[in-house]
Design a protein around this ligand. Structure first.
Ligand code: NAD
Ligand code: ZN
Length: 367
């Protein structure tokens, strides 16, 4: 099974290729679209172990000369020091603007190497080769790149769109199960934003998505299409793109409250709890039916994701403190809070000016 999703941004457009075994033919796909290029593959040591040789062999067979730059796995590599290593590696290989950078890895490598591609020689071509579920359905689509600083996450970066995205759905078999589940939270998110039929399909087919059948390709393609649609409407995040933050206001607060300690909570787990809370909060505000909140919770629990504040290991601070973390998140203006709320499954909307008092009492009830 193979699916193609086209991302169209005015005059620019690019394909996302999705299917098992695509890493082998990545060289061919690249050579057909970008003839004569040379490449720098940027990867992390976990991904390099299982998948670098496959990509290299395919590139070589297609006549693409490639060097590999390997960074340490983990969020800590999204920083200036590692960016400098990547930039130096690309320049050492004497790549020109029309040559390509290929991030092969999860969202960390994609954001880091995509950023390097955006700034070296004022913007090089690049081809995303995402290897985590989160990267295949979210971070490799849409052109946001960047690194973290001491001031916070993703504060330095550029919008830089790839020429092609190659999502090999078979490489997900080596992903740790917890990482797969965390990425799945973002898949469910697209259904909950504005695709109720997709959410209902996931309720029936999630096990096959986890097992790796054609349903996995289908779920990833639907997710990429959903994100591509939002990005096409709002490339630079002036409006609708905010819907992609469903579950993220609560989720980011939980990540902050647990000190970004991945042993306690990874991003997708925070998002799962955040989406469940967003639905319960919407029901509490009489915007949505409690039955819909129950359905969301039931599905996320079925796949093994957390849905309640009490599911966070190690305990959480009180409601007041959680509210402080929410207020520090960037979706705040003038003391009132912006939330993605919902009128039901697949009917999310941007709610500006949600009174902090209502958030506080909801948190007190939920803790
Ligand atoms: P990650 O890149 O750290 O990957 C998770 C872990 O899985 C890592 O240890 C990695 O080495 C390993 N891994 C990846 N693919 C593997 C495979 N096929 N087999 C075995 N191990 C594998 O994290 P992530 O969850 O992929 O991405 C998170 C990052 O994405 C965050 O930095 C976040 O800010 C960013 N992000 C960016 C966007 C965007 O629009 N640019 C959107 C969402 C998230
Ligand atoms: Zn997310």
């Amino acid at each position: 099974a193979l699916a193609t999703v086209n991302v169209s941004l005015g005059a620019r457009a690019y394909d996302i290729l999705i299917g098992p075994g695509l890493l082998q033919s990545a060289g061919e796909e690249i050579a057909r679209r970008l003839p004569g290029v040379r490449a720098a593959i940027v990867t992390d040591s976990n991904v390099a172990e299982g998948h670098l040789a496959t990509l290299q062999a395919g590139l070589e067979a297609a006549g693409i000369e490639a060097t590999a730059i390997t960074v340490a796995p983990g969020e800590r590599s999204k920083r200036f020091a590692t960016l400098e290593e990547v930039v130096s590696g690309i320049l050492d290989a004497r790549l020109e603007r029309g040559d390509i950078v290929i991030p092969l890895g999860g969202g960390v490598v994609g954001d880091l190497a995509g950023f390097a591609a955006g700034i070296v020689r004022r913007g090089m071509h690049f081809v995303q080769a995402p290897t985590s579920l989160l990267a295949q359905v979210d971070s490799s689509v849409g052109g946001k790149t960047g690194i973290n600083t001491a001031h916070g996450k993703n504060l330095v970066g550029v919008f830089h769109q790839p020429q092609l995205v190659i999502a090999d759905t078979a490489v997900l078999d080596t992903l740790p199960p917890r990482e797969f589940r965390a990425g799945y939270a973002e898949v469910a998110k697209y259904g909950l934003i504005d695709r109720p039929d997709f959410f209902a399909w996931l309720e029936k087919n999630w096990q096959a998505v986890f097992d790796g059948g054609p349903e996995r390709v289908e779920a990833i393609a639907q997710s990429c299409q959903a994100k591509a649609d939002v990005v096409a409407r709002d490339e630079l995040e002036m409006g609708d793109r905010a819907l992609l933050n469903l579950g993220h206001t609560f989720g980011h607060a939980l990540e902050a409250a647990t000190g970004y300690d991945s042993a306690r909570l990874v991003h997708g787990e925070g998002v799962a709890i955040g989406m469940a809370l967003a639905h319960r909060f919407s029901a509490r505000l009489n915007l949505a039916s409690p039955d819909d909140a129950g359905r969301v919770e039931a599905h996320l629990s079925a796949v093994g994701l957390p849905t309640r504040l009490s599911d966070v290991p190690g305990g959480l601070p009180g409601a007041e403190q959680l509210l402080t973390y929410i207020a520090q998140d960037k979706k705040v203006s003038r003391g009132a809070l912006t939330f993605i709320l919902t009128r039901g499954i697949g009917q999310s909307f941007v709610a500006k000016d949600v009174p902090t008092s209502q958030v506080l009492s909801f948190l007190e009830e939920s803790l």
